[in-house]
Design a protein around this ligand. Structure first.
Ligand code: ZN
Length: 196
């Protein structure tokens, strides 16, 4: 297993973790910005990171032979696919609908099946919690939840035991309390530049 410093270096090298002064979509300011899609854009790296997360997941009870890995769209799609490769099972994703998270596109699970739920990054864990709860409500077993990056530093309340490859407590401030603004450091709004 690689240590946290090495993992963070992989995120930095891919541009998925930036240091600076950022205005987040929440309106809060931070000295770090995380965009997990960038660390997953190279298939080989995505596969390797998922293999490391799978090693951690296997230490939790009931995870030896899952029937499927399911993540919420869009953050959980690639990770579910790569975790399913590591476990040798099927990969699916759930989509947000007016009635909550659902399996669509012909995807289905049967009551009693074992499903590992995953997500690329969680802050409060809202989407992954809804995904796991929808599965539990339909009689599916959810032995574990795996996330690539946990920004809650272990504090997210999820309906199954969870492990994270990387746990990061990134500081956020209200604009009027931001020490970087006080220093006069220029601010960046990530995701607002370049081609979409
Ligand atoms: Zn600021």
């Amino acid at each position: 297993m690689r240590d946290a410093g090495e993992l963070l270096e992989i995120f930095r090298a891919s541009g998925a973790y930036l240091d600076g002064h950022f205005r987040l979509t929440s309106g809060l300011h931070s000295n770090a910005y995380l965009q997990c899609a960038l660390v997953l854009q190279e298939p080989g790296r995505a596969e390797a990171l998922a293999r490391l997360l799978a090693e951690k997941l296997r230490k939790l009870p009931g995870t030896a032979r899952p029937d499927a890995v399911i993540g919420p769209a869009t953050g959980g799609i690639i990770l579910a696919h790569e975790l399913a490769r590591a476990f040798g099972c099927r990969a699916m994703f759930m989509e947000r609908t007016p009635e909550g998270f659902k399996l669509r596109r012909g995807f289905s699970v049967k009551p009693g099946e074992k499903v590992i739920v995953c997500e690329d990054v969680i802050t409060t864990g809202g989407s992954v919690r809804e995904t796991a709860s929808a599965l539990l409500d339909s009689g599916v077993e959810v032995p574990a939840i795996g996330v690539l990056v946990d920004r809650s530093a272990g504090k997210a309340k999820l309906p199954a035991p969870y492990v994270a490859l990387l746990s990061l407590e990134v500081p956020v401030w209200k604009p009027e309390e931001c020490p970087l603004c006080r220093e006069g450091k220029p601010i960046d709004t990530p995701g607002s530049k370049g081609l979409r």
